[in-house]
Structures are given as C-alpha cells and as structure tokens.
Design a protein around this ligand. Structure first.
Ligand SMILES: Cc1ncc(C[n+]2csc(CCOP(=O)(O)OP(=O)(O)O)c2C)c(N)n1
Ligand code: SF4
Length: 296
C-alpha cells in the first residue's frame, strides 16, 4: 500500500463511482487532517449499521480521522459491534475468528515489516472488551509480552453488546445486565495494569467526548508502535442499548463516567518519549535544559 493504491489508473477516472472519486479527491489520504476539520473533508468512515447514538461509533470515527497515515494503515478486528463500522471504512480491515485479533495482527505486522522494511505500515487492532480481555485475553497478553509492535484499542462498552448483554470481565462489579440478572460478582479487570506489566510502552484510557484528546492519544500510540513497542488504548465506548442510556444523554454519561471512574490516564515509557521527541518533534518530551546554577 501507498498513495498509489488510491490513485486512478490513467484513463479510468471517469468510469469510477462518485464515492470513489470523492474519496480520492476530498479524502484524507496523503494529507494531514485533524478532528477539528471534521465536516470539511471526506472521511474514511462515513456510514455504518450500528445503533443510533452509539458512542463506540463516534470513537471509531475519531480514531480513524486520527490515524497518522490512513493510506498505510490496516485495521484488525473480531466479532462484536465495532467491526460493523470498522469494516465499512475505506481502508483494509482483517477479520478473523473471535478473539484471535492480536495473533493475526502479530503475523501481519511482522509480514509488513519484512515486505516494506523501513516504510511504516501501521497495524491497529480494534476489538470489544469481550474480544480483548475475555476470549482473546491470552492472545492479547502474549502479543504484549512478545513486544509485538502494533496498537491495540479496546472498545470498552463493559458488556457483550453484539450478543444481547452478557457480562464481560470489564463489566463493573454489581452491574445488572439482561444476561447477568444477579449482578456481576467480580471486579472490573485491570487491563491497564496488565498492559504495563506485560510491556506496553504506551498505555492510555480515554472517553470519546473529548475529540482532541482522542486524536492525540491515537497518534502517539500508532507512532510509538512503529518502532518502540506495543501500545494499548482503552476507550470507554458506552453501549446505550444494554445500559439503557437515552441517545441524547450518551455524551453526558461519558462525561460522568470519565469524572467518576474512567479518568484520562497516560503512561509513556522514557524510550517512547525520547522517540516521539526526536523522530516526530513532540516538544513536551524534549529533555529540559539544565537549571542555571545560581552563583553563591
Ligand atoms: C468463537 C465465537 N464465540 C462466540 C461468538 C459470538 N459472539 C459474537 S460477538 C460476541 C460478544 C462481543 O462482545 P465484545 O467483544 O465485548 O464486543 P461488543 O459487541 O460489546 O462490542 C460473541 C460472544 C462468536 N462470534 N465466535
Ligand atoms: S448494541 Fe450497544 S455497542 Fe452495539 S451498536 Fe448498539 S449501542 Fe453500540
């Protein structure tokens, strides 16, 4: 993949569907688009069949706008609500068996490095909390322990949304769901803690009601995964259906949850900070000048 794969072959332009022409002419490929420009360019994800008001869809949309090089990005997913939107985007999507996304991404990322050498090809896993922390738990953790260089994003709606409301390891203790009528008995899994212990060099928690923050987090995670090591983002992406959140209150819920129990957090290893500063000009991570020595 490169910009060449989105360009028209000579003479074919007039035969291409309008959607495709619009994507080539007004899409984000080869440009630096940001979430603050939403509405002024054609996005790689525009339509999806997910529930009205679903916060997960908003997060996926923001994440895709934030990919540093969408024309050189492949997403990997699995069963669950998110893949319904991710698979509609105008970039390649790999969909395997339930829970094998980090195994698939490991092979894909290694293969792309062998094939394309130094030219970055970004692999980004996006999967639900069930896919990441329950059924795919072993593959998720092992990819981190093996230091596989790609980004894992958990779409944490704290439930199995796609199959009608079973509890997941990421459901909060005590939560009552359609298929957990007695309430969840155990604590929410600490996947952030596990990511750090397993060797992720960048770990962040976010909610989707702060688009600029989502953008900053996604960019850092994808850039760091190119060369430094595995990166993990855990995003609160409420399921308004299973948690009965009125569609006009979805963002209010996200704000409340962020304030109360899903605070923004970011861990960056020293190596990753240095890499971002030196390679991508992140000024906040440049070494601070030594304090002037006060003369006695
Ligand atoms: C091997 C296998 N087991 C079970 C299923 C059925 N299944 C599809 S999606 C899903 C749960 C998805 O929950 P989660 O990963 O949290 O994603 P969400 O739908 O909540 O976004 C299950 C159990 C499946 N597709 N494959
Ligand atoms: S079931 Fe929940 S997570 Fe799935 S699309 Fe609907 S609102 Fe979103």
């Amino acid at each position: 993949m490169s910009l060449d794969y989105v360009k028209f072959a000579p003479g074919f332009e007039k035969f291409m569907p309008k959607e495709y022409r619009d994507m080539v002419e007004h899409g984000p490929f080869g440009k630096k688009t940001t979430v603050s420009q939403m509405g002024s360019f054609k996005e790689i994800l525009e339509e999806h069949p997910m529930c009205a008001g679903c916060a997960m869809t908003l997060f996926i949309r923001l994440a895709m706008i934030s990919f540093p090089n969408p024309e050189d990005t492949i997403t990997v997913g699995t069963a669950g609500c998110g893949r319904l939107a991710i698979s509609q985007a105008a970039i390649p999507f790999v969909y395997g068996n339930y829970g094998d996304q980090n195994g698939v991404a490991s092979g894909l990322s290694r293969g792309l490095r062998l094939r394309f050498g130094d030219k970055p090809k970004d692999v980004v896993v996006m999967a639900g909390d069930g896919g990441t922390a329950d059924i795919g738990f072993a593959q998720t953790l092992h990819s981190w322990i093996r230091k596989e260089k790609f980004t894992t994003i958990m779409l944490d709606n704290e439930v199995y949304g796609n199959t009608g409301g079973q509890e997941s390891g990421m459901t909060s203790q005590g939560a009552v769901l359609k298929m957990a009528p007695l309430g969840k008995k155990f604590e929410k899994m600490d996947m952030v803690g596990m990511a750090k212990v397993a060797g992720c060099v960048y770990v962040a928690t976010v909610v989707p009601n702060n688009p600029r923050r989502v953008e900053a987090v996604i960019k850092k995670a994808v850039l760091i995964a190119r060369e430094v090591g595995p990166t993990y983002i855990q995003a609160y992406t409420s399921c308004n259906i299973e948690y009965a959140i009125p569609t006009d209150k979805v963002m209010e819920d996200a704000k409340n949850v962020e304030d109360n129990r899903y605070k923004f957090s970011e861990y960056i290893s020293e190596e990753a900070k240095q890499y971002l500063a030196e390679r991508y000009g992140y000024k906040e991570f440049l070494p601070k000048p030594a304090a002037a020595v006060t003369q006695a």
